[in-house]
Design a protein around this ligand. Structure first.
Ligand code: FAD
Length: 484
């Protein structure tokens, strides 16, 4: 097993259920373990038939009791449709089908066999006529977020007699004999070694943490992006698999990215989690260092527009922009804004010297924005309100109120990459495939290292963890069955 995020650990635990001997090789030290999984928010999208199915996954009865709660079903067919539509039909239909259809049984397995704890995702619930209504797709999240999930999976591995973990062990290559993968080459404590294995499962993440690979596959500006997750997902195992005959697959130029605090460190960690994200941009105007707007901040809800706007920011000078709010919208800011100080002034010209923006141009930009803002539609943060600009370039399509009420607050933001979309081609059994569709014998993959699921700017939120778990469980079972 290569890696020790959610994808690899579920694969390890699945394989160990069939009594296979499992060795997990993880690049990070024990204290830095967990990969992106340990940093994630822990939202998990899965299919279900409504409240009765959700009750089976949650241990604690909610305060208002189950009667006061409504959870619409989210059937596998809709999950499949969401994957296909968010990718504009480009996702691999076989992989999308497996992911959507096996998602519910996988979360049941995680709860019952691996001890993963789920709670209702009340951040996305709304009260309607006295009933608390949850979102079907993301009704649940991991209790305590990704770090708890990660710790729980490690604890489970540690008590299984047939699972061992080697930390500080960077896999550098694959050993191949007569076309079959039968081990890996590693570097550990400055020494290089070879480790033989009956089969190898790659769960070693995407390539988002390698500046060089970001520039090569995503484009040269991506070298300037910050990484929201671990610094360890540097893609060398993906390249090693390609050397061994595997097919590169999916949206190699695509990634999930979003606006994060421009002052955030270059890489994430479990302590930071998702606290650096800045998700209230639909209510602001975004200006670059030249004081100019450059994008439609209100094009759509955040989960549809985050990747595009993050990329737009990357294209600005120094890959930095400022979210500018006025007094009317400051009450709408999400919790994560509480963790930092925005730069607040009573009049726009007071920004001079306080933020790295051409303030004269900023004032002109706000003036011309305000001329065309708030004329059409009525502001409503809950819906695409059609409150749009008229005669303003670029337009703001929704939530376009004038920036005219003090105090004014600016938050510096930059592009934070979450993970890459392209990777290795797998089939429904998590076999890594060659271009001709045959299996690179002995090699399996799961999680962020695989491609073919996500494309372009939109992504069905909460599917990253689910994809790793569904195919991790399959990879572990298939790899251990291959020895029998
Ligand atoms: C801030 C943030 C919030 C997120 N929130 C969510 C969310 O709410 N819901 C959701 O579904 N997804 C979320 N995600 C995405 C999610 O974290 C990932 O999709 C998922 O964790 C990927 O799991 P993985 O096991 O494939 O990769 P990882 O968890 O990153 O694990 C990969 C492991 O491989 C190791 N590794 C890398 N290279 C090597 C090598 N050469 N040798 C040995 N080991 C190696 C790494 O050290 C790492 O431990 C979020 C991500 C971030 C960064």
């Amino acid at each position: 097993m290569v890696g020790a995020g959610n994808a690899a650990l579920t694969a390890a635990l699945s394989a160990s259920e069939s009594n296979a001997q499992v060795l997990i090789l993880e690049k990070a030290s024990r204290s830095d373990r967990g990969g992106n999984t340990a940093i994630s928010s822990g939202m998990m999208r899965h299919s279900h038939g409504g409240k009765a199915d959700i009750i089976k996954l949650v241990d604690e009865t909610p305060q208002c009791g189950w009667d006061g709660i409504s959870i619409p079903p989210y059937f596998a067919g809709r999950f499949y449709d969401d994957i296909m539509s968010s990718s504009k039909g480009r996702a691999d239909p076989v992989l999308a089908r497996v992911l959507s259809e096996k998602s519910y049984e996988t979360v049941r397995w995680m709860k019952e066999e691996l001890g993963t704890k789920f709670v209702l995702n009340d951040a996305l619930a709304t009260v309607i006529n006295g009933v608390l209504k949850f979102e079907g797709p993301e009704a649940l999240k991991i209790k305590g977020g990704g770090i708890h999930m990660s710790n729980g999976l490690f604890e489970k591995c540690e008590v299984r007699h047939n699972v061992s973990i080697m930390y500080g062990c960077a896999v550098q290559g694959l050993l191949v004999e007569s076309g079959k993968v039968n081990g890996v080459s590693i570097s550990r404590n400055g020494r290089k070694e070879k480790i033989r294995a009956g089969s190898v499962i790659l769960g070693s993440g995407g390539f988002e943490s390698s500046k060089e690979l970001r520039e090569r596959f995503l484009g040269s500006r991506w070298g300037m992006a910050k990484v929201r997750g671990t610094s360890n997902n540097t893609g060398e195992t993906m390249l090693a698999a390609i050397d061994a005959g595997a097919m590169m697959y999916g949206d190699m130029a695509g990634c999930h990215a979003t606006q994060i605090d421009a002052r955030a460190p270059n890489y994430g960690n479990p302590g930071l989690g998702d606290s650096t994200q800045r998700y209230s941009w639909p209510y602001c105007i975004l200006v670059n260092k030249d004081g100019m707007r450059f994008a439609d901040e209100g094009k759509d809800f955040i989960n549809v527009s985050y990747a595009k706007l993050a990329r737009d920011i990357l294209m600005q000078r120094d890959a930095v922009a400022y979210q500018l709010f006025d007094g009317k919208t400051s009450g709408l800011l999400r919790d994560e804004y509480g963790s930092v100080t925005g730069i607040t002034v009573q009049a726009l010209d007071e920004f001079n010297g306080k933020i790295d923006v051409d303030t004269c141009q900023l004032m002109k930009t706000v003036k011309s924005f305000n001329k065309g803002a708030g004329r059409l539609g009525k502001f409503n943060s809950e819906i695409r309100d059609g409150c749009r600009t008229e005669g303003v370039e670029p337009p703001k399509s929704n939530w376009a109120q004038a920036i005219d009420t003090s105090p004014f607050t600016a938050y510096p933001v930059s592009c934070g990459i979450t993970y890459t979309y392209g990777g290795l081609r797998i089939d429904d059994k998590a076999h890594v495939l060659r271009k001709d569709g045959t299996w690179v014998e002995g090699l399996y993959a799961t999680g962020e290292i695989t491609g073919g699921f996500f494309y372009g700017d939109a992504y069905p939120r909460g599917t990253g963890l689910m994809r790793g778990a569904v195919f991790g469980r399959i990879a572990g079972a298939e790899a251990s069955a291959s020895f029998k």
